[in-house]
Design a protein around this ligand. Structure first.
Ligand SMILES: NC(=O)C1=CN([C@@H]2O[C@H](COP(=O)(O)OP(=O)(O)OC[C@H]3O[C@@H](n4cnc5c(N)ncnc54)[C@H](O)[C@@H]3O)[C@@H](O)[C@H]2O)C=CC1
Ligand SMILES: O=P(O)(O)OC[C@H]1O[C@](O)(CO)[C@@H](O)[C@@H]1O
Length: 383
């Protein structure tokens, strides 16, 4: 494989796929093959020779991506397997619950792959702890008896990706509007001497502190702003941050997650204060057309056991740390009522049909004996 055939297959050509992962892979010198199930999007990508990532806000600039194509994985699974077989890198940005549908494509590609090639470098770029491990588990399951023969043809690294990429305005084609900030932290060890070349990414020995700091600050804070903003009938995230009540609620929830991060991972409190300030500045970016509906999407996933609210609140409660701000955010999430969002509709149905205790057990996954359980059930009862 020569320098000119450096190829990455990226699953999920949506907002983060084109506006972040695809962009950085392109800047790292890879030809990018997007794989998606949205036929119109695949056609639009194949109809273009370049697209522009518009970074809006302070320090932002336009970046042009070229050297890509797209393939419809529903219509042409054999084509996807062939691309995977000869790629150097495979990434995903499809949503954590979709990883199991990507696994069979990767397995089929590894089965075709020449064992003499360098191992495929697999990285799931989702907002979830251990997403690449989850993808590998799905692959192992999909491969069954074949796994032992093909698993050495790939290496797997967990990653933490951070860039706000909102829903795109009508008529923007495949261009993407994003914030200027980004961070991509990747586990170093799986690659040995040959890490992928991704400009601006940083390789770390232990990803756990990075991904927890990211998820429990950026994502906890963003989702808190969305749910408090939606409850205050605000539509834009930047307007939510301008509301003193919402801002105070976000600040309180994040002070609690910072206290946990300091206690658990040894982050310096002053550094966390600075990190929170930077993040609140990012949420306030008025040039980003971001909405409480997008950021609050899939509330059942966000209220689950190891996600951005219950995850840190449970650990904080176990350590006797304060959780009132996180409980208030959970209270606002419970009344998130977006008819367009399936999980929001399901959430409201569950609230109507279950007792507060049964709802808490089912939605948050907390054990009934956990120190947080009764407090969440109380919030559910009074929401
Ligand atoms: N948008 C953002 O600001 C950020 C998003 N993320 C994470 O990135 C992931 C994707 O988020 P977005 O790009 O915002 O969503 P999106 O909805 O814009 O993109 C997801 C894409 O995946 C495609 N897809 C769905 N099922 C598929 C399948 N079986 N095979 C191939 N493609 C499939 C969809 O058609 C869509 O194009 C999520 O896990 C999200 O949490 C992470 C950091 C930032
Ligand atoms: O599907 P999720 O988890 O809401 O992912 C999107 C979130 O990730 C973020 O990009 C933060 O990195 C936010 O823009 C957004 O709220």
């Amino acid at each position: 494989m020569t320098e000119t055939t450096r190829k990455a297959v990226h699953f999920g050509a949506g907002n983060i796929g084109r506006g972040f992962v695809g962009l950085l892979l392109h800047e790292g010198g890879y030809e990018v093959v997007f794989s998606d199930v949205a036929t119109t999007l695949v056609d639009a990508i194949n109809g273009a020779t370049e697209y522009t990532v518009h970074e809006v806000g302070e320090g932002g600039r336009d970046r042009v991506v070229s050297g890509f194509r797209a393939i419809d994985s529903a219509a042409d699974p054999e084509g996807v397997a062939a691309e995977v077989a000869s790629a150097l890198v495979a990434t995903t940005a499809v949503g954590p619950t979709v990883l199991r549908f990507i696994a069979p494509h990767l397995v089929a590609g590894l089965a075709l792959r020449d064992p003499a090639l360098p191992p495929l470098q697999v990285m799931a770029c989702e907002n979830a702890i251990g997403a690449t491990d989850t993808l590998r588990d799905h692959m192992r399951e999909a491969a069954g008896d074949r796994w032992d023969a093909i698993s050495s043809r790939a290496v797997f690294a967990n990653t933490a990706v951070d860039r706000i990429v909102p829903g795109q305005p009508e008529g923007s084609g495949i261009d993407v509007t994003v914030e200027p900030f980004f961070e991509w932290a990747i586990e170093r060890a799986p690659f040995g001497e040959n890490p992928p070349t991704i400009p601006g990414a940083h390789f770390v020995d232990d990803l756990a502190p990075y991904i927890e700091r990211k998820l429990f600050t950026v994502n906890t804070g963003h989702a808190t702003a969305a749910y408090l903003g939606a409850r205050a009938r605000l539509e834009k995230i930047s307007d939510a941050l301008a509301d003193p009540g919402v801002l105070a609620g976000v600040a309180k929830a994040l002070e609690e997650t910072s206290a946990l991060l300091a206690a658990k991972h040894g982050f310096e409190p002053d550094d966390l204060t600075q990190y929170r300030a930077t993040i609140l500045g990012r949420f306030r970016n008025p040039a980003l057309p971001d909405t409480v509906g997008r950021v609050g999407r899939q509330p059942l996933r966000k209220l689950s056991r190891h996600e951005r609210f219950v995850g840190p609140a449970a650990e904080a409660a176990e350590r006797g740390l304060p959780v009132d701000g996180l409980l208030a955010a959970i209270g606002a999430a419970l009344v998130f009522d977006e008819p367009e969002d399936e999980q929001s509709v399901e959430l409201q149905r569950l609230r109507r049909e279950l007792t507060p205790e049964d709802f808490t057990a089912q939605v948050t996954g907390l054990d009934r004996e956990h120190p947080l359980f009764a407090r969440v059930a109380e919030v559910v009862a009074s929401a």
